[in-house]
Write a protein of this length. Structure first.
Length: 243
């Protein structure tokens, strides 16, 4: 792991993507910052983090063995890697909230954003961004958020947690490379938040619907069994799972 430490940056993902376009990076080059000024989440949301108290980093991973329609397998693999790393640190009641947030006891502790690096119109690499609430304990402005320290009372060393997460990403990335895709999908679905439980969802037009999460499709869409017993697939732009 080639680690680049920064005091402050707008976004570790943006920084690493720009670096990758300018030069040839080593596989598993990692950018870590104490303060992220413009952190990004899924669908353009912002990741807000108290400076110096959390783990914010991005990993450069060369990818040349995935088809465009298979890219969600990398997302599932990274979510499983973070899940296993947090299990190692004895964080309780972990779940993966589709598409790849990590929860503990229904509170969000980690967000993941994976972006592609395109060179000559082909996928050459992915930048894996992870924001993990580590030692921050005040979340007054954010609902349903928590941190490792708030949950366990333990103070965590950032680089120790980073090292473990990167080790787990390497393990699961090997699964992707070796085409253990079904095993990745089964493991991911096993840990899905609110799977097989009655849940409320908000459609993009504001309508609320009820249904049961059954799993994910190969393309990453969420499979929901609706009240009329129809199994329907939704992508990230179409549906939001409410707590």
């Amino acid at each position: 792991m080639n680690l680049i430490k920064l005091d402050a940056i707008d976004s570790t993902n943006s920084f690493l993507k720009s670096l990758a376009m300018q030069s040839e990076l080593d596989d598993y080059t990692v950018v870590m910052t104490e303060k992220q000024l413009a952190g990004r989440g899924q669908m353009g949301t912002h990741w807000v983090s108290e400076a110096g108290k959390n783990l914010t980093f991005s990993v450069f991973k060369k990818i040349n063995y995935l088809q465009k329609e298979e890219q969600f397998y990398l997302s599932m693999a990274v979510a499983l890697a973070v899940y296993d790393a947090l299990t190692y640190f004895a964080i309780p009641d972990l779940k993966i909230k589709w598409p790849n947030d990590i929860l503990s006891a229904n509170s969000k502790i980690c967000g993941i954003l994976i972006e592609s690096v395109i060179k000559e119109r082909t996928l050459s690499a992915s930048v894996i961004g992870v924001g993990l609430n580590l030692n921050q304990t005040d979340f007054q402005q954010v609902t349903n958020a928590s941190s490792l320290k708030k949950i366990t009372g333990v103070f965590y060393q950032k680089e120790e947690v980073l090292q473990k997460i990167v080790e787990e990403i390497q393990k699961y990335e090997a699964w992707v490379a070796n085409r253990k895709l079904l095993q990745i999908k089964e493991n991911f679905e096993q840990h899905l938040f609110r799977r097989d439980k009655p849940s409320t969802f908000k459609l993009k037009n504001g309508e609320l619907i009820m249904g049961f999460i059954k799993g994910v499709a190969n393309n990453g869409c969420l499979q929901v069994l609706l009240e009329n017993e129809v199994l329907k697939e939704f992508d990230l732009k179409e549906l939001k799972l409410l707590y």
